[in-house]
Ligand binder design. Structure first.
Ligand SMILES: Nc1ncnc2c1ncn2[C@@H]1O[C@H](COP(=O)(O)OP(=O)(O)OP(=O)(O)O)[C@@H](O)[C@H]1O
Ligand SMILES: [Mg+2]
Length: 440
């Protein structure tokens, strides 16, 4: 009886406990279900949010890409619009400089040429920045003498140095053969940027350029005793449109582009650039160019630093020029004639087509925008027409102010061996022609 009582009491306790456990389980599974529903709805709204955000981001990306395209297009159009008349001004000024002028006229003309060069440099800088940013710069390798380049820069900037009471010196470690294989223009551009900065930021002081040539590289150090910089400023000055501080533009002018171009050129050349500086003591920029010795037998260096190889001579070379701008045509003919070459001029694409059918040329130079048929179409017709078969293999150069990196890539794709960018100076034009003839 007592046992029965005990087991009944235990049974009831167990039943109560089981019921409690079942209630708890039910409660928990209910909670779990609720949480699960909440979680599902949260994950749904999260997915919607992510979708919305992704849509917003891709819209913003599209807008940014459209803005960049519009900016590129604007830059391309503007550069073309400015370059075309500048080609004429620069060319005529160069021709005038070679004619009989009085002392005063020469001085006026010097000013005109200097202003044109500055304008051309600014446009080149902006375009350079674009192509350097995209890593699409093509370096042109010719043998050149780095010491001669620096000496001619020193000669060019001597009057500027003197006018601000500065002493400008170039010290070089002599070497028996100084010819090096590299991109002379880029080398000069880097040194000129460092030198003009040193001159700009120094008054009544000294600017010293040291050049040191080894078998594998050329090191150029440009030191000045000018205003110098704080160490925290040194990190910023190689960025685009950045100057050491906000006073600089007001006091010294400039856009803060020079050193960013230098940095990009040096990095794409595989070289290096670094700076040390102290406020009020001066700055020292060191650029190391990886350029190797050239064999002087293959090339001939003319006085004045313009380098031609014997195969680049224009003696006896016949050039077909299609150019509708009268002034540009005259400038080009004169440049070619001065190098003993011969130009046949067509003032439009159709006339050029006729001339290409009747005579064989060594090189063809086509303006891209001509009223009847443009340079690209003209080249295509010459390359594919039977009538022009004699010139189907003649190398062709585009000569144009439409010279943004994408446009240059298009010309090359259309069969041009190279592009001469307008405006050009005489030596740039002749170097382009020489490269075009060598492309045969
Ligand atoms: N030799 C120097 N001495 C003192 N400060 C310098 C020197 N070289 C460069 N800097 C500082 O670095 C900044 C950037 O130089 P950078 O050549 O890029 O621009 P900029 O000379 O001001 O303008 P730009 O070269 O576009 O005409 C300068 O504004 C100046 O503050
Ligand atoms: Mg500068």
């Amino acid at each position: 009886m007592t046992e029965d009582f005990i087991s009944r009491a235990r049974y009831e306790r167990e039943v109560t406990a089981r019921e409690a456990a079942e209630r708890l389980l039910e409660q928990k599974s209910h909670d779990l279900y609720r949480l699960n529903v909440e979680l599902l709805s949260k994950s749904d709204s999260l997915a919607i949010e992510v979708q919305e955000r992704t849509r917003e981001l891709s819209k913003a990306l599209e807008a940014a890409q459209a803005a960049t395209r519009a900016k590129d297009l604007f830059l391309a159009n503007m550069s073309h619009e400015v370059r075309t008349p500048l080609t004429g001004i620069l060319g005529v000024a160069q021709l005038l400089a070679e004619s009989d002028l009085s002392q005063e006229q020469h001085e006026l003309l010097d000013n005109l040429q200097a202003s044109c060069s500055t304008l051309k440099n600014i446009i080149d800088d902006l375009l350079d920045l674009k192509s350097l940013e995209r890593g699409r710069v093509q370096f042109r390798l010719y043998p050149f003498d780095p010491v001669e380049v620096i000496d001619s820069l020193v000669a060019r900037y001597e009057p500027v140095a003197t006018s601000s009471g500065n002493r400008l010196v170039h010290v070089t470690s002599l070497s028996s053969s100084r010819l090096r294989m590299g991109d002379r223009t880029r080398f000069e551009q880097v040194v000129a940027n460092l030198l003009t900065n040193a001159l700009k930021f120094t008054q009544n002081g000294t600017i010293e350029i040291k050049s040191c040539i080894s078998d594998s590289d050329v090191t150029v150090v440009v030191s000045d005793s000018g205003i110098g910089m704080q160490s925290d400023q040194l990190e910023r000055i190689f960025e685009d449109f950045t100057q050491a501080d906000s006073q600089i533009a007001a006091r010294y002018g400039g856009t803060g582009l020079g050193l960013s171009i230098v940095r990009m050129i040096m990095s794409q050349l595989g070289g290096s650039i670094h700076v040390t500086s102290k406020p009020d003591e001066g700055s020292s920029f060191t650029a190391v160019f990886p350029i190797v010795a050239a064999s002087s037998e293959d090339f001939l260096v003319r006085p004045g630093g313009v380098v031609h190889s014997p195969s680049m001579s224009l003696q006896g070379k016949r050039i077909l020029l299609a150019e509708d701008n009268r002034i540009n045509a005259k400038v080009i003919r004169t440049f070619v004639a001065k190098h003993h070459g011969e130009t046949t001029l067509a003032t439009g694409g159709l006339e050029a087509l006729g001339k290409a059918a009747s005579e064989k040329y060594d090189l063809m130079i086509f303006d891209i925008n001509m009223p009847d048929i443009g340079g690209v179409e003209l080249l295509h017709r010459i390359r594919t027409s039977r009538a022009c078969a004699i010139n189907s293999g003649t190398p062709a150069l585009a000569c144009t102010a439409n010279a943004m990196p994408d446009q240059i890539a298009n010309y090359i794709e259309s069969g041009f061996s190279g592009v001469i960018r307008k405006p050009f100076e005489a030596h740039e034009f002749i170097a382009g022609v020489a490269a075009g003839l060598a492309a045969k």
